[in-house]
Write a protein that binds this ligand. Structure first.
Ligand code: FAD
Length: 459
């Protein structure tokens, strides 16, 4: 059956080299980083697509989706497969739509908006933007590999978010085009507020084919590491710099010991037993930051200019969800949570978590601005995993004490914390994918047209 579809799709594209059926390749392109979660690992191991299709443009995507709609073949979009929640893993086989070949940057406009295809790597876009005096407002620590389309489909924010918020904030995603999954798939444009119908919907309600992304004026950055004897001192200093608008910064990340000991390639910058902060700070503020750190009883253990993604050491390689990767390399029992603390009671919240869970939770804080302009202490704490019940107990306790948790151990849009309460993502799915063939099983509040008809007729 898969072979029939492969042959038909190859003839539709007029290029059999872009329809891949070799089991090893299909398996590789059906994976992401779901294995960060011991819960998802159990659920998703062994899930795989039937074949991979690599379109070059939206006209080809329309043709592929027309065929798949007619034959009821599921389609799962794939950028670079660096998502953490099994977003890009097909639950019901079908076509993996690999968008890596749609990697054209159309323009870096003089008004600071990048126009590009979804398969462009974020790192390539950052490099291109900097040539014209612009840079990405925010990006995941996977910048070198991750695609723009995948970031919009499954990501949220990262480096830069301390100043510019996440992807959903401040009109950063100006507009996008999607191809719908219907009898006659068409290209629909979403602008302004309407982009939220598609953002972080995991490719369940349209294939993003063109993106208008707002940039920020480029800054000359420097990197700096400051160590503190106690986590409290490190947290206080990082919060002060993160919340003060007069500092131009791109990254403020705080780790309690022993997290820095996991970063083996840069271990020499971390005195044993100390908590550390990683900064990306405007170069013209570096000296001022170093002196403020010393005044706050911190020790600057590294500083140097940042000259792009090839800089060594590249501190961002140890931040955001790369931190979890380094911990997993040290001990595979580590996993993580994604939290938002309340700035007014964050110290009390951390104290209560420590009292209840001891070293089962290790604090890794990432400051980020929210949509109202307030900088909040976000966190991707490491969790020493024992059982699913214990993990759920920790999540429940966080919520009980007012810590927001976007649960990274669930494989559906609704459970992850970025689902829109106004259901706009679901409403778009009803319009654009009435049969429920786009990444099926990932938007669990959706009921396919056929099922709705059956339910109604038996009433
Ligand atoms: P994929 O994993 O390929 O796809 C993500 C989702 O988007 C899937 O559901 C897919 O179906 C959908 N999708 C892909 N392309 C399209 C398209 N064209 N149209 C519609 N849907 C599409 N995330 C953050 O937000 N911030 C971080 O700092 C961060 N750090 C990370 C660190 C590590 C080490 C790892 C492994 C992951 C991290 N992530 C982070 C998660 C992930 O890297 C990012 O979200 C990344 O932007 C995903 O891009 P991708 O191209 O790999 O997307």
């Amino acid at each position: 059956m898969a072979l029939n579809h492969a042959n038909a799709l190859a003839s539709l594209l007029g290029d059999e080299a872009r329809v891949l059926t070799q089991p090893q390749i299909v398996h590789r392109l059906s994976r992401d980083f779901y294995w960060y979660s011991p819960v998802l690992r159990k659920q998703l191991d062994g899930k795989v697509g039937d074949l991979v299709v690599q379109p070059l443009n939206s006209a080809e995507i329309q043709e592929v989706l027309r065929y798949c709609h007619a034959h009821e073949v599921p389609v799962t979009a794939r950028g670079a497969g660096t998502g953490n929640y099994g977003q890009a893993i097909p639950l019901h086989g079908g076509v993996v739509l690999d968008l890596a070949r749609m990697d054209r940057i159309e323009a870096i406009r003089p008004d600071g908006v990048a126009v590009c295809q979804p398969g462009v790597r974020l790192g390539a876009l950052e490099t291109e933007a900097r040539k014209s005096g612009w840079e990405l407002r925010c990006y995941p620590s996977t910048i070198a590999k991750a695609s723009v389309g995948g970031f919009l489909g499954g990501g949220s924010g990262g480096i830069g978010s301390v100043a510019h918020g996440g992807l959903r904030d401040f009109n950063t995603v100006r507009a996008l085009e999607v191809v719908t999954m219907e009898v006659d798939p068409h290209v629909v444009s979403h602008e302004g507020e309407a982009v939220h119908e598609i953002l972080h919907a995991w490719g369940t309600n349209g294939i993003i084919t063109r993106i208008w992304l707002a940039l920020a004026p480029a800054v000359e950055w420097s990197q700096c590491v400051v160590a503190f004897d106690e986590f409290d001192g490190a947290f206080d200093f990082s919060e002060r710099i993160a919340s003060d608008e007069s500092w131009t910064k791109r990254l403020v990340t705080t780790f309690e010991w022993p997290i820095p000991s996991f970063f083996t390639p840069v271990k020499q910058y971390f005195p044993g037993g100390k908590s550390v902060i990683f900064f990306l700070i405007a170069s013209d503020q570096l000296a001022k930051l170093e002196s403020a750190a010393t005044d706050a009883r911190g020790t600057v253990t590294y500083s140097g200019t940042y000259h792009g993604l090839r800089t060594l050491p590249l501190l961002s390689d140890y931040t955001w969800n790369h931190t979890t990767l380094w911990a997993l390399k040290t001990d595979p029992a580590y996993t993580y949570l994604q939290c938002g603390f309340d700035p007014l009671i964050v110290r009390d919240q951390m104290r209560r978590l420590r009292e209840r869970f001891g070293d089962e939770i290790l604090f890794h804080m990432e400051f980020m601005k929210n949509g109202t302009g307030q900088v909040i202490p976000g966190a991707i704490p490491l969790v020493y995993y024992t059982t699913e019940d214990r993990l759920n107990e920790m999540i429940a306790f966080c919520r009980e004490i007012g810590v927001f948790v976007a649960n990274p151990h669930v494989n559906n849009v609704e459970g992850g914390g970025r689902y829109r309460a106004d259901n706009v993502q679901l409403l778009a799915k009803m319009r654009y994918d009435p049969k429920g063939l786009l990444n099926p099983g990932k938007m669990i509040t959706f009921q396919p047209e056929k099922d709705v008809a059956e339910t109604t007729s038996t009433r």
